[in-house]
Design a protein around this ligand. Structure first.
Ligand code: PEP
Length: 248
């Protein structure tokens, strides 16, 4: 697959306690994970340091969100440099729960991506359509508007992983079919080639998220343009390791 390293992220969302995070991290430390796979877990902000301190080398930690300003009077927010200072090397940006519930707009998401990259973080950039948008044939319009806002701010996509996450598949148990996911991933790759660069089209990991489980991951992983997964619910369970090893 163009030499792209398989990438599996675990998004814990607003779940977990100190003891549960320690348990999950301990399980990951002991697990036999395919060494060709890049694994990144994303606990709630309050547990980022705890996870980093307990996690073995070779597995990275991502914030679930970041702010676009360097410091100052922004109560409740966390900066890129504060994440870096804590050993956090990635951040998720633009998760659909933040876009819909917190009402983050495309340009705000784009500013965060730019700030994160400028500060040296890797970015898992989420995009995806609602069921209503899919049913009215607006999937690619929506996805490309989300990604296009970022392309206006960012030319170098080498530290961006794109997570295609159809909103109707997140946390619903209703996974996209292999064909539905592949179709959108392929279209995103074509768009990268046209609007960013042929290098970005070849090298950028495009991962799928939305009810990924140990059962459906193997077939999804075989699709030509699926380079990994962003896993929500299942990342809290031992089955996460099976998803990491989907291609082995
Ligand atoms: C997510 O939160 O990014 C996600 C894909 O969730 P789930 O796997 O639970 O559908």
């Amino acid at each position: 697959k163009g030499g792209r390293q398989f990438f599996v992220g675990g998004n814990f969302k607003m779940n977990g306690t100190i003891s549960q995070i320690k348990e999950i991290v301990g399980h990951l430390n002991d697990a036999k994970c395919d060494s060709d796979v890049e694994v990144v877990i994303s606990p709630p902000a309050i547990y980022l340091l705890l996870a980093r301190e307990h996690l073995r080398k070779g597995i990275e930690v991502a914030a679930q969100n970041v702010f676009d300003k360097p410091n100052g009077a922004f109560t409740g927010e966390i900066s890129v440099s504060q994440l870096k200072d804590s050993g956090i090397t990635w951040t998720i940006v633009g998760h659909s729960e933040r876009r819909t519930i917190i009402q983050e707009a495309n340009h705000f998401v784009a500013n965060k991506v730019k700030a994160a990259l400028d500060g040296g973080l890797g970015v898992v950039l989420c995009c995806g359509e609602t069921l209503e948008q899919r049913e009215s044939n607006k999937t690619m319009d929506v996805v490309l508007a989300q990604l296009g806002a970022v392309a206006k701010e960012v030319k170098d996509w080498s530290k961006i992983v794109i997570a295609y996450e159809p909103v109707w598949a997140i946390g619903t148990g209703k996974v996209a079919s292999n064909e539905q996911a592949q179709e959108v991933h392929h279209a995103i790759r074509e768009w990268l080639g046209k609007d960013v660069s042929s290098e970005a089209a070849n090298a950028t990991r495009i991962i799928y998220g939305g009810s990924v489980s140990e059962k459906n991951c193997k077939d999804l992983a075989k699709q030509a343009d699926i380079d990994g997964f962003l896993v929500g619910g299942a990342s809290l369970k031992p089955a996460f390791v099976d998803i990491i090893n989907a291609r082995s």
